[in-house]
Ligand binder design. Structure first.
Ligand SMILES: [Zn+2]
Length: 158
């Protein structure tokens, strides 16, 4: 059953990305993190709460006609550390890898500290966070020094 649903998802895509093994219920957060809203005109398929041997339940996202770099995809690890990426070209998986938490996260997350310089109006500063620990996840705002854990990430999505 699991194998079937998985095959189905991957086989149908010509060029693009399949993000597999997302913890159940996190698919929408992953899309938000990648700043994919659906308004880009990309064909996006989302499967939530399907059986997984590894995770019990999982989500899967399929994005057609777009390729993201390994670096761009690495931020997925912040909300879905178990995720695996399949890069598809001409119906074939040309690359498969696990996401890894990057050492620096730039321009993706918002610092929650309202006093942080990155939140000052009229001063557009690209946010930057430094990874202090990967497991458990702890990141630090490079401007104000505030530490954040995995639970905070959802609130830091702009
Ligand atoms: Zn800050």
């Amino acid at each position: 059953m699991m194998q079937e649903s998985r095959e189905l998802i991957i086989r149908k895509i010509k060029d693009g990305i399949v993000i597999d093994h997302i913890p159940a219920g996190r698919a929408l957060t992953v899309l938000k993190l990648l700043k994919i809203t659906g308004k880009e005109g990309l064909r996006v398929a989302l499967v939530m709460n399907v059986e997984s041997k590894k995770l019990g339940m999982k989500d899967i996202i399929k994005i057609e006609g777009k390729e993201l770099s390994k670096e761009e995809l690495s931020i997925i690890a912040l909300v879905a550390p178990t995720a695996t990426i399949n890069i598809i070209r001409d119906y074939r998986v040309v690359s498969k890898f696990k996401v890894e938490i990057p050492d620096r996260i730039e321009g993706v997350l918002k610092c929650i500290n309202s006093k942080c310089i990155t939140n000052k109006k009229g001063e557009p500063i690209r946010t930057r966070f430094i990874t202090v620990s990967k497991n458990p996840l702890i990141i630090k705002c490079d401007y104000c020094g505030t530490h954040y854990t995995a639970q905070d990430i959802e609130y830091m999505l702009a």
